[in-house]
Design a protein. Structure first.
Length: 557
């Protein structure tokens, strides 16, 4: 999966080992089950997984299911499926934040008894007002100095369901004048009368993530809590929690942040991705235009190509936005070596070979992969009538057009040289049939008279082919940097209207009839494709043949 290329996280752990702070590594991935994982999630998974693997440690999956309103079992199942597909099955086990509700409650009671937490009656708007701003300190709640006994009583009554939502909260008593807004007496418990997907109606108060997360890490023995950079300002609160609930020094987890994955032309907001699904803009969370792992899998991306992309993009703390063409380069580079070649005609027009015998069928044997000598050859039937791409024929060819045209010759891939003698138009003025003659002396070789044949095109037999639908997927968004959106605009303003092109009458070479949903192919001169996992009579595009990133990268070198 990786070559353990050095990064600042490994440097931290090496220093921990040298200083004797740790003698093992235990990491975790804590997704909230309120949507499907996307490629940004893959970076967090990758970092936590390879870090544990490099040091012979353990890697946990822990669902952050502390908000019952947005969580569903569908997402729980999908997350574990994605981890297994990536090859990052949790070696330390699968856990749920809700498994620790009692622990969180007990630690909250301890904080109250220690005079470090209090029950507040301010409304949400009042809490925001009292909190201050980046330039003004906050003000203490009038309930901040309640007697401990009163706080204990109110907190228990909160747990027992005596109060309505938003009437009371439990807040940590830290510092209302702290320059870090997260330390200004943050809410650590709120009332929420909602059914939980695992706990049912057992609880009506729920811990906030910033309080529950360090407790969960401590209980599971997490040594290095690796998360994305937006949690950097939350680290002081993380440390405050583990310092004040009584975790022994040697057992305290520590949080470290890395830059999140941002990618051009890609929206990572789960909230907006959910909107795309719910409004029918896309065909589900696994629509191949989505950045979710389910979608990338359906589209034909491999775990190895995704991890190669993450490795190449690098692991650091510095903000960056990675070119989506790097991701495309990684899968293209892999498939160029591994994918067998096949011929496909997406928009067919019939060619009749006038001098070819009516009852004759030959078997051509083109190479499966020119990059792999061991890939062998396949048998493709050839007959009097074939299909070629409409764009491979021009009645009035432009300059430097080397495909088929009246009076011109091309080579049929792996077969003969043919010459266009005539063509037929339909009532709409479109080419309906093309009439060609075969040079039988050119099978597998150049013309004996030294003619230069500049064009080679793909074909399929009219009699022996596999008819199906082919879908070409493009980018869902036209805005390169979605994080720098112009004022007054929304993601919806940049949806590409042509992100999906459907070819309902494609003709593929007959050998693709038995292709499985796990096989990836290069349709010669078109791109890489895979059979759709939802509809077996559909092939989806994975990526095109043009590698812009490789050209840009080469020019920079």
């Amino acid at each position: 999966m990786c070559d353990y290329a050095g990064n600042f996280i490994f440097d931290i752990i090496d220093e921990d080992y040298r200083e004797g702070r740790h003698d093992s590594v235990h990491t975790r991935f804590p997704p909230e089950p309120n949507g499907y994982l996307h490629i940004g999630s893959a970076k967090a998974i990758y970092i936590n997984y390879i870090t544990a693997k490099k040091y012979g440690g353990l890697f946990n999956l822990r669902y952050d299911d502390t908000n019952p309103v947005r969580e569903e079992d569908e997402y729980v199942d999908a997350i574990l499926e994605d981890l297994k597909w990536l090859g990052t099955e949790p070696t330390g086990g699968v856990f749920y934040g809700s498994d620790y509700f009692q622990n969180c409650y007990d630690y909250a009671v301890k904080l109250i008894k220690d005079g470090k937490a209090y029950v507040d009656e301010l409304t949400p708007d009042e809490i925001r007002e009292y909190r201050g701003s980046l330039t003004e300190p906050g003000r203490s709640s009038p309930y901040r100095d309640r007697p401990i006994s009163e706080n204990l009583d109110l907190f228990e009554r909160m747990k027992n369901g005596e109060f309505e939502d938003e009437t009371y909260t439990l807040r940590a008593k830290i510092d209302m004048e702290s320059p870090n807004m997260n330390m200004r007496d943050p809410i650590i418990y709120r009332i929420l009368h909602a059914e939980h997907h695992r706990q049912g109606d057992e609880w009506c108060i729920y811990p906030l993530y910033d309080f529950a997360h360090p407790i969960q890490d401590a209980i599971e023995g997490i040594t290095h809590s690796l998360c994305s950079i937006e949690f950097e300002n939350h680290r002081p609160l993380y440390d405050w929690v583990v310092d004040n609930i009584g975790i022994p020094e040697r057992e305290k987890p520590h949080q470290y942040e890395f830059a999140r994955l941002n990618m051009t032309y890609t929206v990572m907001s789960k909230r907006y991705l959910r909107t795309l699904v719910e409004t029918g803009v896309v065909d589900g969370w696994d629509d191949p235009r989505m950045p979710t792992l389910h979608a990338l899998r359906r589209r034909g991306y491999t775990p190895s190509s995704i991890f190669k992309f993450i490795e190449t993009a690098g692991i650091s703390k510095a903000y960056s936005i990675v070119d989506i063409e790097l991701l495309e380069h990684c899968i293209r580079d892999e498939l160029n070596q591994t994918a067998e070649r096949r011929m496909a005609v997406l928009d067919p027009v019939k060619v009749i070979l006038t001098n070819y015998p009516e009852d004759k069928t030959e078997v051509m044997r083109p190479q499966n992969n020119p990059s792999d000598e061991n890939a062998g050859r396949r048998e493709v039937p050839f007959s009097k009538e074939i299909y070629i791409e409409k764009e491979d024929f021009s009645v009035s060819p432009p300059p430097k057009y080397f495909r088929l045209a009246p009076g011109r010759e091309v080579r049929l891939m792996g077969s003969y040289v043919i010459k266009c003698d005539d063509f037929k138009l339909n009532d709409e003025g479109e080419v309906e049939e093309i009439y060609c003659s075969v040079d039988f002396d050119t099978l597998g070789k150049n013309p004996s008279d030294g003619r230069k044949i500049k064009g080679t095109i793909q074909w399929v037999s009219c009699e022996n082919n596999y008819p199906c639908e082919v879908r070409m997927y493009g980018r869902l968004f036209s805005l390169e940097n979605v994080l720098d959106m112009p004022e007054g605009k929304t993601y919806g303003d940049y949806l590409c209207p042509d992100s999906l092109t459907v070819y309902p009458n494609a003709k593929l070479e007959i050998t693709l009839k038995d292709a499985t949903i796990d096989e990836r192919f290069q349709f010669v001169r078109i791109g890489y494709f895979i059979r759709d996992s939802r509809d077996g009579n559909v092939f989806n595009s994975i990526v095109g043949l043009k590698d812009s990133w490789a050209k840009i990268s080469k020019s920079k070198r």
